[in-house]
Design a protein around this ligand. Structure first.
Ligand SMILES: N[C@@H](CCC[C@H](N)C(=O)O)C(=O)O
Length: 293
């Protein structure tokens, strides 16, 4: 049956999303519809599809509101292949920008909005030139697979980092290697990770630290989406892994360059352990109506 879907298209450093609102939670897309709308040839094209649902309308909404009664909106994030993801660091900034632009949330400069996600409630602050999201606490996942990809002579060791969703980060020898690896297929992980993982490749800049800020370059293959121009949670994981390798004394302020732009990462102490925050832009570039035949 034909139906129309009012959508917006946005991106954060080139990580692009289709967004739509479904306040009462009555209009989830099917797997096939998500795959079609995210298809770059037959649909609009996007790395992920985001549904804005009022938290109170969700079956598990009470638990989210227990965590934070201010989390009026929930970000229901799906990868372009229709798989479910716990969190999206670029997506959540674009999500908040979408809510603000549509008048669904009021957020003055400097103000903070609590957003429900499958990885818990996240605080997103509006600032000049973009948004800053507190991704919360992070942990070493314990996964340390060898990572291989076309363009790498030998498999590389990696470090598993969970920032709400799973990542493995591998360091490369230099810029040439980073530019050379082919990421059109998922990098092979040995041993594999049952639920899959986003895989980041990083190279430190020379010198690593300038004016108290550590700087790295990164490319990513995202679980459920393929190579993307940017991955916000991946950027945070890459900074955390590189700081881990750098040892004590490494800065807590990071600048991460991805093919789609530059993002900022900061690690800071809180009462419930160290948190990691991500800062960057969010843009809405189009609005339209998609017709599902
Ligand atoms: N692009 C996102 C991450 C999206 C989810 C990821 N592909 C997963 O499956 O965990 C980001 O900006 O963090």
């Amino acid at each position: 049956m034909a139906r129309n879907l009012e959508f917006a298209k946005g991106h954060g450093t080139g990580n692009d999303f289709i967004l739509y609102s479904d306040p009462d939670g009555s209009d989830p897309l099917t797997l096939e519809q998500v795959q079609l709308i995210a298809d770059r040839h037959r649909g609009i094209g996007a790395d992920g599809v985001i549904r804005a649902v009022r938290t109170e309308s969700l079956p598990n909404g009470a638990a989210v509101l227990d965590e934070d009664p201010d989390a009026e909106w929930f970000m229901d994030y799906l990868n372009s292949d229709g798989s479910v993801a716990e969190m999206c660091g670029n997506g959540i900034r674009v999500f908040v920008h979408y809510l603000v632009e549509r008048g669904l949330a009021d957020l003055p400069d400097g103000g903070t909005l609590a957003v429900g996600t499958r990885a818990g409630v996240k605080d997103v602050q509006r600032s000049t030139g973009g948004y800053r999201v507190d991704l919360g606490s992070w942990r070493l996942s314990g996964d340390e697979p060898l990572v291989s990809a076309p363009g790498l002579d030998v498999a590389r060791p990696s470090l598993g980092i969970d920032v709400g969703n799973p990542h493995v980060v591998a360091a490369l020898a230099g810029e040439d290697e980073l530019d050379r690896i082919a990421l059109s297929a998922p990098p092979a992980l040995d041993p594999p990770i049952a639920d899959g993982a986003n895989v980041e490749f990083v190279v430190p800049e020379d010198p690593l630290v300038r004016d108290g800020v550590a700087r790295i370059r990164m490319r990513v293959h995202e679980r459920g989406s393929g190579e993307t121009l940017s991955c916000g949670t991946g950027v945070a994981a890459a900074a955390l892994a590189t700081r881990h390798w750098a040892g004590p004394g490494a800065p807590h302020q990071w600048r991460v360059e991805v093919p789609g732009g530059v993002l900022g990462v900061r690690m800071f102490p809180t009462q419930d352990g160290e948190h990691v925050a991500l800062s960057g832009p969010a843009v809405i570039v189009a609005r339209g109506e998609f017709v599902f035949e």
